[in-house]
Design a protein around this ligand. Structure first.
Ligand code: S3P
Length: 174
């Protein structure tokens, strides 16, 4: 097993909105027999509120705090040996406090997908507060790229999710 996974089995899938973290994460967890956690869903479960509602009523800073707390909890469970794949929201890995935590527990895989493809995927859905205008979406993507490049591994994610998972399973993680 990869050094960073020893005793604390947590794989964090990171990357921009629409890169397929949740779909690939679910499949990956199934293949590994690990638990799957979608961090956004976990925040919604913990707060009893939807992500757009939190953004609207309390602002992004409060959402980031809730996201951080939910992530810390996932790491605590991983340290108990409860293996998990965590699909992080697109902004979670941009926060240095979450990246710092990942240095200690777990490893990160960036699902790298071209911007045009990302927009095509998210434009079909309406629930993301930070994906309403193409211009803002592009700017945010450019700002975040240097952060995503800090992930432990990168996998091309324009393929269908099962192929993305195959690529992950070929990484020197296990
Ligand atoms: C966000 C991405 C969303 C969600 C929230 C903020 C972001 O998750 O956490 O809307 O800052 O990129 P997905 O990446 O799963 O869409």
């Amino acid at each position: 097993m990869h050094l960073k996974l020893k005793g604390s089995p947590l794989i964090a899938l990171v990357g921009f909105m629409g890169c397929g973290k949740s779909t690939a994460g679910r499949l990956l967890a199934e293949r590994l027999g690990w638990q799957f956690v979608d961090l956004d869903e976990e925040i919604e479960r913990r707060t009893g509120r939807a992500v757009p509602e939190i953004f609207e009523q309390e602002g992004e800073a409060q959402f980031r705090q809730l996201e951080h707390e939910a992530f810390v909890e996932q790491q605590r469970l991983a340290r108990q040996g409860r293996a998990r794949v965590v699909a992080m929201g697109g902004g979670a890995f941009v926060e240095s406090r979450n990246r710092d935590q990942l240095e200690v527990t777990g490893l990160s895989i960036w699902l790298d997908c071209p911007l045009d493809e990302l927009w095509l995927r998210v434009a079909k859905e309406s629930h993301r507060p930070l994906a309403r205008r193409r211009e803002d979406f592009d700017r945010l993507y450019q700002q975040r790229l240097p952060h995503y490049r800090l992930a432990d591994f990168t996998v091309a994610a324009s393929d269908a999710p099962p192929r993305v998972v195959e690529a992950i399973l070929k990484l020197p993680l296990f």
